[in-house]
Structure formats: structure tokens, C-alpha cells
Design a protein around this ligand. Sequence first.
Ligand SMILES: Cc1cc2nc3c(=O)[nH]c(=O)nc-3n(C[C@H](O)[C@H](O)[C@H](O)COP(=O)(O)OP(=O)(O)OC[C@H]3O[C@@H](n4cnc5c(N)ncnc54)[C@H](O)[C@@H]3O)c2cc1C
Length: 576
Amino acid sequence: MAAEPLDLLIVGAGPAGLLSSIIASQLGLSHRVIEARGGLHPEPSAHVLKTHAMEIYRRVGVAEAIHASATPAQLMRYITWCDSVAGLIYGQLDLTGMRGDVPRFNNISPTHSANLPQSLLEPILHARARQLAGGDMVNFGTAFQGFEQTPECVISTVLTQEGSRQIQSRYVIGADGARSAVRRAAGITFEGPRVLANFLAIHIKSDVRPLLTRAPGVLFFVRRQVQEGFFIMHQPVGSQVFMLRFDPTRQPFESFDERRCAAIIEDAMGYEHRFEISSIDQWAMSAQIATEYRRGRVLLVGDAAHRFPPTGGLGLNTGIEDVENLIWKLAAVLRGKAAAALLDTHAVETRPIAVRNTNQSVTNHRRMQEVDAAIGLDQTPAAFSELKQALADNPQHERFAAIQSAVRAQIAHFAFLELEMAAVAEAGAFIPAARPIAYPVPELEGYQPSFQPGNHIPHLWLAPGVSTLDRLAFDRFTLFAPEESAAAWSSVASRLGDDVMSVNVISLPADARSPIASAADFWGGKPYAVLVRPDGRIGWVEPESCHDRFEQLQRAMRAILSPGALTSRPVERILA
Ligand SMILES: Cc1cc2nc3c(=O)[nH]c(=O)nc-3n(C[C@H](O)[C@H](O)[C@H](O)COP(=O)(O)OP(=O)(O)OC[C@H]3O[C@@H](n4cnc5c(N)ncnc54)[C@H](O)[C@@H]3O)c2cc1C
């Protein structure tokens, strides 16, 4: 047993655990990551990295590597509904201009969304974690089993091939996925439906470039009366997966042997396709959220705290936002710069986001039935077979228009700005504005940037290639001050005591801007200082009448870092 406890024990080396390690290293926190598997995740799974996830990845220095390996834009044009990948196409959602490196995103962020399979993302995160730590912080083949808490630390029991041993740490982060042993050991339960549907995941390796010439895209929904599933073309040459909905009570998982799965793939591809099956798994589509995110010194992030349908690609992205929210708070508490109560704001701020994202994912899943109905899948087998023939014979068939209309109605599932950008916190470690806040940009798809506390700081270019987001640091607050008062704010910030985190003052010129608005537009009148937390969330804005800057800033910092009793807004019901 180590004499000096680690600051953090991170359980799980998935996307949430690896990002936790990266930020912990940036903050100089002593930590280890334990991972039950012998190596990183072998299969692609998640692939959609939303704009805000890419903003976080930009902050930790991996965005360029991700963009360099991501799916090229020309291969992401369509979402396709079809009888088979090479067969009859029922309808297509054209995402031109809606995803990736397009003004829609570049106008509101210094980066943009990307598509990269989890099996390629994790090695990038792992390499960065190793680089920052100066060695590998991940202990593979080490499974968390349980813990005991003392007033000062957590004593975790872990199992390796050599037997079990104990690790002491001040805090434990449960980033160990949906079946989290940390969550169970903490006695925290999930609420919400455990099984919405069961899927078989047949992973293959092949070259699908010929298919992508006809319908360039990553997602193909294969719609048949007897076979409902979807292909994710993670790589044109490399990994792809077919997810087949199945009923395990009628078709046991064990009955899907390699021969049967090969036949399913051939059928869903709709032409003679050369492939190799790399694995066959099953998974249950759930919509569940942990009732609590913290039990003393044990905290949950990622799928350990919430799991929901992949419809919308929000799972991994929500976990990344959890980590962004939590690690700086842990560092502040560990360094004596904040009260332990700050850790309760992790759930207050992020749990409602998980509820929203869960419900959105369930809604996306359900709305897909509108396309199925438009295709005519609810008809008798004979009538549907006749209809299919008629559609194949006549590209002008009137049903195509109805299908296309149902397909277009799915757009919020695949491109919706509110879900692309950092979520707005309704309650938490921030102070409501004591001044009017301007909204210079009309709301678009639920997204409306502003200087309102609880929002993320909007992206504005401060210099070529340098965004407001690039000036944030996880170990300090950032005060964006009008040019004329920046020097005065700097001197005020330098007098803050050791009991709070430090504040770095950045001069914000009125003409600093993004393509959609300038700093002056966001001020909307008299310029004022904006205090931004290490995770980018606005914590406080200078009040309309600010007589004593030092007193006001110190009071704001103390209120944010040592929050009193916090209540979340009433938690919405999880859709069942
Ligand atoms: C088939 C499939 C498709 C998906 N598609 C998408 C998608 O398109 N978009 C999206 O956003 N999300 C998708 N997801 C969800 C996404 O993969 C998860 O949300 C994401 O991986 C969660 O990251 P995480 O780090 O929280 O957990 P995980 O990735 O599950 O990582 C947890 C890690 O903890 C380890 N672990 C578990 N128990 C222990 C233990 N006792 N001790 C030590 N280590 C342990 C595991 O081995 C694992 O490596 C998909 C999931 C599945 C199954």
C-alpha cells in the first residue's frame, strides 16, 4: 500500500477515463488509471464527436490528431434508408453544410465536429495521456473490485493476475462504463428503462469503397420487415459494424454463430461482398441515469453515470462534458482552493444534461418509426413485396416523396446545434447576473450564445488562430475584461487570497469577434468583465454598479468555489 495516497484513482480507460487522466496531468494531480481489459477498446462503437467535444479536445491538444484521422467530409454526405446497402434506396438525408468543417460550425466555434471510431480515438487519447504524464498511467489488466472510505481517503481493492491489492487515493473517479463496479460498490442505482431494444453487433473488416461511391455516408439504415438494423461504415477500408435488432427470448444470442452472421451481412449488403467477421457481440439499448453522481469521495462520469440509445451519438459526448466539469473541481478541492461542497455541483450541473440527452436519444429512436411507416413496413408481407417492386421499377413513385418528407423530419437526430455545443447549466456553481444580458444572436436550433452565467463563454477570435476558448486553463479562472479596465482588474486579481483559485485577466477588445457577433454585441451596451470558470462556463459577470472591484470579485470567487446548499431544477422524467 502506498505511503502517500494518490490524488485520484481513475477506474476505466475508455474515453472518459483517458480524458480524466489527461486533464489530471495538466493539473499536476498524482493519479493512476486502472483498466480491467488487457488493452484499449478493440471495436469502433462510438464515432460522432460533437463540436463541444472537439473544443475540449482542442484544449487538451488532441484535436489536430483527431481531425487528421477523421472521416473525410465527402464520405459523410448522406444518411441512407435502404432495403440493402447496395439495393433499393428508400430515402436519403443530405447533410451537406450541416456537419463537419462548414460555416454552421466554424461560425460558432474555433473547431468543428468530427467522425472517428472509438477504436482510433482511444489510442490518440492514450498517447496524449502518456506524453503529459511522462509515462503510462494506465494499469491494464487491473479490475476495480470495491472500496472503503475513511474521512481522508478511499482504499480501493483491485484485482490483477498477481492477485488482489489495495490502492489509496483521495478520490475515486468511476469511469468504468455502463456496468460500473464503482457505481455498484457505492450503492448508487440507475433509474430508467434497462432494455428498450436488444441488438446484435456484427463487426466486420472489409473494403466498402465501391458502395460509398453510390451513397457516400457513414450510416445506412437497412429496413426490411424481417430484418431491422443499421450499418455504421466506420472506415471505408477497415472496420464496419452491422447492428441487428433481435429478440433474445426467441433467438438466443448463442444461435448467432459466424455462419449465420455472415449470411446476415451478405443479405444486408445486398451484393457479393468480401469481408471478415472480427467479433459478434450483443448489447441492450437502455435509457438509464444514476440517481446520484457522488458518494463521499467517489464520483461518477461517462457511461458509469448514464447510458442511453446511440441514436444521436450523444453517449461519449455527454461523458466528455462530465469530465470537463469535474476534474478542475477536484483539483481545486485537493489544493484547498475550494470547499468539498463544490463537488456536489458536478451532479447539479451535469445530471440534467444527461437527462436531456437521454430523452433526446429516446425520442430520436422513436421518431425513426415515422420513416418505417412511410416506407410501408407495416403492410402485409405480400403487399409490401409488391410495393417494393413498384418502387424499384419506378424512381418517380409517389411514395418516395412521403418517405423523403419523413426522412427530412429526422434532421434533429443528426444535426442540432443545441446538442452540438456545450449545454447551458440551469443551476450550479455560478452567480446569476446582476445586470441586463444581451442576446445579439437569434436562437438557432436551441443554441443561443451569450454572456449569461451558466452558459459557456462564446467563441470570439482574440488574434489570428486564438479563440477566447484557447485562453482558458483548467487550473485557474479567466476574467475577460474590457480593454480600458483590464489593467485595473489585473491588479485586483493579483490581490486575491490563497484560499481561492487564481484569476488570469485577459483584455477583451470590443471588436474581438466571430463571424456571428463581436464582444461589443455580447455586451450590448456598457462593456463589463466576464469571469469564466476553468471549464469554460461563465461564473459571474460584473454587476451594473461595481464600486469595489476587489470586494466584488473576491465575493464572487468565494461563492462559486464554496457554494452553499444548491438545488437542481426539477429533474425531468426519463422517457420509458
Ligand atoms: C455498440 C455500441 C455503439 C455505440 N455507438 C455510439 C455512438 O455512435 N456515439 C456515441 O456517442 N456513443 C456510442 N456508444 C456509446 C459509447 O461507446 C459510450 O458512451 C462510451 O464508450 C462511454 O465512454 P466511457 O469512457 O464512459 O465508458 P466505456 O467506453 O465503456 O469505458 C469504460 C472502461 O472501463 C473498463 N472497466 C469496466 N469495469 C471495470 C473495472 N471493474 N475495473 C477497471 N476497469 C473497468 C472497461 O473495460 C472500459 O474500458 C455506443 C456503444 C455501443 C455498445
